[in-house]
Design a binder for this molecule. Structure first.
Ligand code: PHE
Length: 338
């Protein structure tokens, strides 16, 4: 029986089967236990020797059980450690990563160009009042040019800015000339959307104010920006245009050769010399705040352009609505170097 038990113990493949072997031999009604129970029926002179014999068998089985149990536990632990081991030298999983939106990248490029020219970058609020969005920019309420900017009005009488130009006014009220700023940001127009119109898009506003700032300075600045954006041989053209807050006003275009080899003038934005009425309105606002009038007699230029339009021209994107439909198939095409 001992031989048989020891073999069963050695053969037990896991702790569960070992427990079954243990029950079979040394459990309450196990074979060895039962054998001990038979001692009482033996004649007294045989009892002692038989008892010692069975106890020796039991001790051998117990020792084997303890040893096998320890071995199985060690094996189970080794297996668990092996299965949970992490190889820290394996390459990581390639998780898809996001990245800045194409329009953000163009705005950043523009800011870099202007920072290099000594401009300060400032931002304004998207919720504005008609004083800064219109009146101070020489667009009184009765002015037909208000129709140039279809406006989202808020219930409290304020509005979503229709252009970044109100920051011209806010910045001048708070600062004294000379100054050079660019203002990137979102603007809103209450319009039906189509391939070239969205109700939200972006602008970069520029404003330079100082002594004897001239139209030539404006043209040089726009040309510098166009070369930064489209390459060193880019040509720029200015055509007369009308903005109530500029005098004279102009639109500027670049000579653009698309990948199919076709070239034509493409309009990028508006610009002009700051209208004296804007300086006057700024001084009025400053005076109302107890600040000295410092803008009358100064000269300056301003410009505004849309990064969406630049992106559409540069990358042949046919529909402005692609930018904000957030289709990863579109956006992912503009992750790498532009
Ligand atoms: N604010 C004008 C627009 O949204 C653009 C502009 C800015 C024109 C500055 C002239 C000077 O159309």
């Amino acid at each position: 029986m001992q031989e048989e038990a020891l073999q069963a113990i050695q053969a037990a493949p896991d702790l569960e089967s070992l427990q079954a072997v243990k029950t079979r031999y040394v459990g309450k009604s196990g074979l060895v236990t039962r054998e001990l129970g038979t001692l009482g029926k033996l004649p007294p002179e045989e009892r002692k020797a038989r008892g010692a014999e069975i106890n020796a068998v039991r001790a051998a089985i117990d020792a084997a059980l303890t040893e096998r149990e320890a071995a199985l536990k060690r094996a189970a632990l080794d297996a668990r450690l092996a299965s949970e081991a992490i190889d820290v030298t394996l390459p990581g999983l390639g998780l898809p990563s996001g990245g800045p939106h194409l329009i953000s990248r163009i705005l950043t490029d523009l800011q870099d160009i202007y920072a290099g020219l000594g401009y300060t970058v400032v931002e304004g609020n998207e919720v504005e009042d008609d004083q800064h969005n219109f009146d101070a920019l020489n667009i009184p309420w009765f002015h037909p040019a208000r129709d140039l900017w279809d406006t989202f009005w808020l219930e409290d009488g304020r509005l979503l800015r229709t252009h970044t130009s109100p920051m011209q006014v806010r910045y001048m009220v708070d600062h004294t000339p000379p100054l050079k700023i660019v203002v990137p940001g979102k603007v809103y127009r209450y319009e039906a959307t189509d391939a070239t119109h969205e109700s939200m898009f972006h602008q970069l506003e520029g404003l330079v104010v100082g002594e004897r700032v001239s139209m030539a300075d404006l043209k040089g600045t726009i040309a510098e920006m166009a070369r930064g954006l489209f390459g060193p041989r880019t040509q720029v053209r200015f055509q007369p245009s009308y903005y109530p807050f500029t005098e004279p006003g102009a639109d500027f275009s670049v000579w653009w050769e698309n990948p199919r080899g076709e070239s034509k003038w493409l309009e990028l934005g508006g610009c002009g010399m700051v209208h004296p009425n804007v300086f006057r309105a700024v001084d009025d606002l400053r005076e109302a705040q107890g600040q000295p009038r410092v803008y009358e007699g100064k000269t300056g230029f301003a410009f505004g352009l849309g990064p969406e339009r630049i992106a559409m021209l540069k990358y042949g994107i046919p529909d402005i609505r692609y930018f904000y439909a957030n289709d990863p198939k579109v956006l992912a095409q503009f992750r790498g170097p532009l």
